[in-house]
Design a protein around this ligand. Structure first.
Ligand code: PEP
Ligand code: MG
Length: 541
């Protein structure tokens, strides 16, 4: 038995077998070969096998999801048949006298970079497809060569050096008992996703990560940050009891459904839920949230091989608004960049991505993307109670520019005869020190503020929210951060607008009294935290 300590990132206890997912880069070795012909033959038969597999997948998808959605597999088959790609692999084998696996991976890197640099948006999106078909070829060459993430066959505790949000969203959630990662922190987006999905998680294991064993019986205590490898009988029993107690506590909280979050002295707090995908609405309703305080729309972009169209976005927003049946849904415009990357956006490598090209900076720079999203949002406003929120605001001018664009979108839609709600609210995220300092002026421009404590903590304290080495300094309870929130709350009150908190520390029950005292009107948390927080508010005097 071995006990490891990491960062508690998502509550709950999981007991099961560990699946160690290793990055392909680390698995593919460069090996010298002597028989070039034999190596090329290996690639050719892997290609045939991959093609046959793709044909089967295509026919199956055709039955299940229709022609349009199955097209991608036809594209993959065509790419697999591309002579240039295969010539690059063969040349690498014969020129460098190296193994087929290494040659395939080299060609994959070369072609995906080439596609990523093209001007045409459609061709740029093919960059991810080259990697995809190369992974398929590799697993045909050697069945051990998959990252493990794509092929969870049974329930498992997933361990990976780092889980990119795009990988996390694409996983088969029904099979993931818990997450364990070497990198990451409590407010990294994979941790947030784990909490949204109510999957226990321990992140930032750092050096201890190397002790994990593939296939070993493992306990993950996401509430305490503990990972126990091959537990003895007594420990296993202890954690089975802890797990049962946790589940019982969750059950007890169910009794609070249908009640309001009102303190003993009569102050009411709106408690909303944060989501990243339309399918999360189910969990929001299950946990009886008052509404949705943050829909991170960027996850729609991360699940897709290319920019989602106006129609695709409209459908997603409409589904959420209709699903919430008149309860308010705050949809945040795209907040890509930093740790939320999509290959087709083609952001060049940045020295300091958290302070770089992200969120509203992208939207105001690439207006065609922003207008597409605004059109989808405004159209969806006809189907429920929408509010739109803008991330990473640092100036009044930005807000004025956004409002002009929004008015233009409304005018265009009106001219086209498209129905939309005339008076939905607009708000901004307060997540940069600049927005706090300017909050008296910003409050005159919008209907509400929502404090993003994840970024506000990182920018106020100059502590990278992703870096496990300094995670002890990342403190959302730091007096400097609390003063920032208080200042924004005072300015919101003076201007007569409401203020909420949608960063992770909205769910920190140690801070609930402070939030009530400074006049916060709304807290938005992961769906699984709504009832716990409601209980905390109800117990406040
Ligand atoms: C925040 O920064 O607190 C926030 C809610 O936004 P995100 O975590 O998506 O950056
Ligand atoms: Mg943020």
């Amino acid at each position: 038995m071995q006990a490891l300590k990491g960062i508690a990132a998502s509550n709950g206890i999981a007991i099961g077998k560990l699946k160690l997912c290793v990055k392909l880069d680390d698995k593919i070795a460069k090996k010298p070969i002597t028989d070039v012909e034999a190596e090329i033959k290996r690639v050719e038969s892997a290609k045939e096998e991959a093609e046959a597999a793709l044909n089967r997948i295509y026919l199956d998808a055709l039955k299940r999801v229709g022609e349009e959605n199955s097209m991608i597999f036809q594209i993959h088959i065509m790419m697999l048949q591309d002579d240039d790609f295969f010539d690059a692999i063969k040349d690498c084998i014969s020129d460098e006298k190296v193994n087929a696996e290494y040659a395939v991976w080299q060609a994959a890197q070369q072609f995906s970079t080439m596609f990523a640099q093209m001007d045409d948006e459609y061709m740029r999106a093919r960059s991810a497809d080259v990697v995809d078909i190369s992974k398929r070829l590799l697993s045909c060459l050697d069945p051990n060569l998959d990252s493990g993430l794509d092929s969870l066959k049974e329930e498992a505790i997933v361990a990976a050096s780092d889980l990119m949000p795009s990988e996390t969203v694409q996983m088969d959630k029904s099979k993931v008992l818990a997450f364990v990662t070497e990198q990451g922190s409590k407010s990294s987006h994979s941790a947030i996703l784990a909490r949204t999905m109510s999957i226990p998680a321990v992140v930032g294991l750092c050096d201890a990560f190397s002790s994990l064993k593939d296939g070993a019986m493992t306990i993950v205590d996401g509430s305490a940050g503990d990972v126990i490898i091959e537990p003895d009988e007594a420990t296993l029993k202890e954690y089975e009891q802890k797990r049962d107690a946790f589940l019982q506590h969750q059950k007890d909280l169910q009794l609070l459904k249908g009640t309001k979050a009102v303190t003993k002295s009569g102050v009411e707090m709106e408690i909303n839920a944060n989501i990243g995908h339309p399918s999360d609405v189910e969990m929001v309703l299950e946990n009886d949230a008052d509404g949705i305080g943050l829909f991170r729309s960027e996850f729609l972009y991360m699940e897709s091989d290319d920019f989602p169209t106006e129609e695709q976005q409209f459908e997603a927003y409409k589904t959420v608004l209709e699903g919430m049946k008149g309860k308010r849904v705050i949809i945040r415009t795209l907040d890509l960049g930093a740790d939320k990357q999509v290959p087709y956006l083609n952001i060049p490598k940045e020295e300091n991505p958290a302070m770089g090209y992200r969120a509203i900076r992208i939207s105001l720079d690439r207006k065609e993307l922003f207008v597409t999203q605004l059109r989808a949002l405004v159209r969806a406003s006809a189907f429920g109670k929408l509010a739109i929120m803008f991330p990473m605001i640092t100036s009044v001018e930005q807000v004025k520019e956004i409002k002009e664009l929004l008015n233009q979108v409304k005018a265009d839609l009106k001219a086209e005869g498209v129905a939309f709600a005339p008076d939905f609210e607009i708000g901004i995220m307060i997540e940069t020190p600049a927005s706090v300092i300017l909050s008296d002026l910003l409050a005159k421009e919008v209907d509400f503020f929502s404090v993003g404590t994840n970024d506000l903590t990182q920018y106020t304290l100059a502590v990278d929210r992703m870096n496990p080495q300094i995670s002890s300094m990342y403190d959302p309870r730091h007096p400097a951060v609390l003063r920032m929130i208080q200042m924004a709350a005072e300015n919101a009150k003076k201007a007569g607008i409401w203020i909420g908190i949608c960063g992770e520390s909205a769910g920190d029950t140690e801070l609930t009294r402070f939030y009530v005292d400074i006049g916060i009107n709304e807290l938005s948390v992961t769906p699984g935290t709504v009832l716990e927080l409601r209980r905390t508010v109800q117990q406040l005097d």
